[in-house]
Design a protein around this ligand. Structure first.
Ligand SMILES: NC(=O)c1ccc[n+]([C@@H]2O[C@H](COP(=O)([O-])OP(=O)(O)OC[C@H]3O[C@@H](n4cnc5c(N)ncnc54)[C@H](OP(=O)(O)O)[C@@H]3O)[C@@H](O)[C@H]2O)c1
Length: 290
């Protein structure tokens, strides 16, 4: 299941947002396989319960709590009740998030704010609350899931702005919280990690298949390939890595982006100008500047 040593995370406790589905579910599975205790949290109770039944039924090693990461009071309650239940939080994986495709021109402020609130503010609240209630005094490791937005994110500009901000937040926190023994990194999956829930978020059934064209490896990534990067960053193998973003994208961030086609146009002509020699006074030639 994991390339990491069995039992590596024995006695560790992890909080994974969005841990019942897709990438988060693979992270939950890998952590469980390494003997970690895991708490999964997201908005939909039925998803959380289904994951427990499927992954680790009737065991205190996997528990769940309903929490919308956009709501500060719910996050405070999640963290405090997890500390009551397990006595500590060694790992936080901020994976819960989402967006809807739209050109910026068609976005309402409400839609924009919803995506920023979930992906940026929700991640901020989670980090801050886990830090305040536990990691400030005891250290820990945080991994933030972001996205391949390094060359902009047309059709997902709200999410691109939020994920870039989380990448930067990750850098700031790696410096602010190093003295508290906290390491924090980000993982940026390409827009190509198929899972049934990820696909169901979009009305275009061919979206993931079309993404293949922009991936040098010419295949989609798996949720397990993201999980193994997350578990590496949580592990002692990454003990000197902080403030970094690890791309898991089959090279797509380095290859041309095919989701936004630009038709031929001449709307941005070059500025045209001609050079005119400056007038100079022959008796007083300009001195060369050092
Ligand atoms: N799949 C990809 O190609 C890809 C690429 C780049 C980045 N990502 C990012 O990776 C993360 C996981 O995505 P996925 O592909 O695994 O899709 P997914 O299965 O839809 O996972 C998203 C998870 O986030 C949870 N969530 C959403 N809003 C939340 C909120 N306000 N509070 C708490 N939990 C919330 C959802 O659970 P509930 O509905 O129960 O709340 C769900 O479990 C997301 O942040 C996604 O944007 C995915």
């Amino acid at each position: 299941m994991s390339i990491l040593r069995p039992g590596l995370f024995k006695d560790k406790v992890a909080l994974v947002t969005g841990g019942a589905t897709g990438i988060g579910r693979a992270i939950t599975q890998e952590l469980l396989s390494l003997d970690c205790k895991v708490v999964i949290a997201s908005r939909k109770e039925e998803r959380l319960h289904a994951a427990i039944q499927e992954l680790c039924p009737n065991s205190p090693r996997l528990t769940a709590q309903v929490c919308n990461i956009r709501h500060e009071d719910q996050v405070k309650h999640l963290v405090s009740s997890m500390l009551k239940e397990h006595g500590k939080i060694d790992f936080l994986v901020n994976n819960g998030g989402g967006q809807f495709p739209s050109p910026v021109a068609d976005m309402s402020v409400k839609g924009w704010n919803a995506v920023i609130d979930t992906n940026l503010t929700g991640t901020f609240i989670m980090c801050r609350e886990v830090y305040r209630q536990w990691m400030c005094d005891h250290g820990g490791v945080i991994v933030n899931i972001i996205a391949d937005m390094f060359r902009g994110f047309p059709m997902m500009a709200h999410s691109g702005a939020a994920r870039a901000a989380v990448g930067n937040l990750t850098k700031s926190l790696s410096v602010e919280w190093a003295q508290n023994g906290v390491r924090i990194n980000a993982v940026a999956p390409g827009s190509s990690i198929y899972s049934p829930t990820a696909a169901s978020n979009y009305s275009d059934p061919d979206l993931f298949n079309r993404a293949r064209a922009g991936i040098p490896m010419k295949r989609l990534g798996t949720t397990q390939e993201v999980s193994s990067a997350v578990c590496f960053l949580l592990s002692p193998g990454a003990s000197f890595i902080t403030g970094e973003t690890l791309k898991v994208d089959g090279g797509s961030s380095l290859y041309s982006y095919l989701m936004w086609q630009i038709p031929e146009h001449d709307k941005l002509p070059a500025y045209s100008w001609t050079y005119k020699k400056p007038d100079t006074d022959e008796d007083d030639p300009p001195k060369a500047k050092l």
